[in-house]
Design a protein around this ligand. Structure first.
Ligand SMILES: NC(=O)c1ccc[n+]([C@@H]2O[C@H](COP(=O)([O-])OP(=O)(O)OC[C@H]3O[C@@H](n4cnc5c(N)ncnc54)[C@H](O)[C@@H]3O)[C@@H](O)[C@H]2O)c1
Length: 358
């Protein structure tokens, strides 16, 4: 584990649910430039158990009380999706920086409101698209920026596996839940198309945007059979790249996630693992000039810790943001809404015309 630096961000985590338990508590504890300063959850049993396990300096049942703590620098919003925007706005208004779990929001309008709050506050907001901190994806991005020349085409796929819980149960710590946890008014799983788009589609869209930039329009088809759903999305990028995104839940095979990029001076083929293996993607970067393929090892596969460290570097040292910012979060919400709309109507949908929710 890398040594703790002298200057560290004091982070408070809102929500003690599965994502905090599996990723954020440990990430803050291990980060070279951040500390797990506080945790917060309305569910007393859950919060108390997490206090014992992760030993934050402070523990709060009430979010407003945590935000009133003047020792606190930043919050990680680790709650269910409909709470992301209101909790982020509250934190910004209290003068705290925000790392918000993905998706940034559930409607275009609420994310626009959040964007206003970010601008007014002058604070940093980063979206929890942790794949941007996968060393394999970062190597691919560097090749695209420095050596690849023009991008001809991009395919990105995110296919969850029927075997995912068998796999994750084997490697994750035991997840603790509470009957007293705060839940959204509507069961997020009541509409499975919407749930899967928000939970998984946002990763797919963000990876596509990370490599190829802004999406102009989408033309999506949805197939539903034997309980599986498959969205094939013809994707138009503003840089002229021909794009295809595939969201399938669940494939009858191993976790299947990756990307393929055809460029002027080379090509990239990436295989991404289920995140809970903490293994950087296998990314083969082929250089046309010398006919060789490079595959970085990416020994540090803790993208969640790397995400917190990069967030803290922006705030503490003014480093450029390498994660997804509020505009990336907004474009991702627009793209998901456009895919849903296009699949319903059978017509291409321009992101510029998108309003409403997913
Ligand atoms: N980046 C990833 O790989 C990844 C993976 C899984 C989940 N997620 C995201 O993480 C988020 C959280 O998921 P989860 O399964 O941990 O959620 P969850 O709903 O199970 O847990 C959230 C916890 O927050 C608490 N809470 C909510 N609002 C509160 C408030 N105002 N005050 C105090 N406590 C409050 C709840 O009581 C609950 O215990 C989701 O948005 C999900 O999309 C991201």
């Amino acid at each position: 584990m890398s040594k703790k630096e002298e200057k560290r961000l004091r982070v408070g985590i809102l929500g003690c649910g599965p994502i905090a338990q599996a990723a954020h508590f440990e990430s803050c504890t291990k980060a070279r430039n951040a500390d797990l300063y506080a945790i917060c959850d309305v569910a007393d049993d859950l919060r108390e158990r997490m206090e014992w396990t992760h030993a934050p300096e402070k523990s709060y049942a009430d979010y407003d009380a945590m935000l009133a703590d003047d020792q606190l620098d930043a919050v990680i919003i680790a709650t269910s999706d409909p709470f992301h925007v209101p909790a982020s706005i509250k934190a910004l208004n209290a003068g705290k920086h925000v790392l918000c779990e993905k998706p940034l929001g559930v409607t275009v309008e609420e994310v626009l409101e959040l964007k206003d709050a970010v601008q007014r506050s002058g604070k940093t907001l980063q979206v929890g698209h942790m794949k941007r901190f996968d060393e394999g994806l970062q190597a691919a991005k560097r090749f695209i920026q420095n050596d690849m020349g023009q991008m001809l085409a991009l395919k990105v796929w995110y296919c969850d596996s029927t075997h995912r819980y068998t796999m994750t149960d084997a490697v994750q710590p035991l997840m603790v839940s509470s009957a007293a946890k705060r839940k959204p008014a509507q069961d997020p799983k009541a509409d499975m198309r919407r749930y899967l788009m928000l939970a998984h589609g946002c990763h797919l869209v963000d990876t596509a945007r990370y490599f190829a930039g802004d999406i102009v329009s989408v033309n999506a088809r949805l197939s539903e059979r034997f309980g599986a759903r498959c969205w094939f999305v013809e994707t138009e990028f503003s840089n002229g790249t021909l794009g295809h995104m595939d969201l399938t839940v669940a494939v009858r095979m191993d976790w299947h996630e990756g990307f393929q990029i055809y460029g002027e001076n080379g090509s990239i083929l990436g295989k991404t693992y289920n995140p809970w293996y903490y293994k950087s993607s296998d990314v083969d970067i082929f250089h046309e000039k010398d006919g060789t393929t490079h595959r970085p090892l990416g020994a540090d596969g803790h993208f969640y810790r790397r995400q917190v460290e990069a967030f803290a570097d922006v705030i503490l040292h003014g480093k450029p943001m390498t994660g997804a910012n509020v505009d990336d979060g907004l474009e991702s919400v627009k793209a998901m809404a456009a895919i849903a709309r296009s699949a319903e109507t059978g017509k291409p949908v321009a992101l510029a015309d998108i309003t409403g929710g997913i």
